[in-house]
Design a protein. Structure first.
Length: 94
């Protein structure tokens, strides 16, 4: 791939990332409006057209690895494992 083609792909990627951010911001605003409406109605869920909309509390149990490591450092180290991942970034120069 030529330098020019690579540059075009990077520029296209950055433009799409900017569009994605703008769309995500719009989505978040719409979600907040919908949540506020459900709360104003005193509802956790409602049918609207072909959609079922829900906004309710969900309880989940999570393992607190930081506290476990502090309380049981040897046991924590025994079960620690390494993993490797590839990271892709594109940053402006200068």
């Amino acid at each position: 791939m030529s330098e020019r083609t690579l540059l075009k792909k990077v520029n296209d990627l950055k433009a799409l990332e900017a569009q994605k951010k703008a769309i995500e911001k719009q989505m978040e605003a719409l979600q907040e409006d919908i949540k506020k409406e459900l709360q104003a109605r005193g509802q956790e869920e409602t049918e609207v057209g072909d959609w079922m909309v829900r906004f309710k509390a969900v309880i989940s149990n999570k393992f607190n690895a930081k506290a476990f490591a502090a309380d049981h450092p040897k046991l924590y180290q025994k079960y620690m494992g390494q993993s490797q991942a590839m990271r892709f970034t594109v940053n402006a120069q200068g």
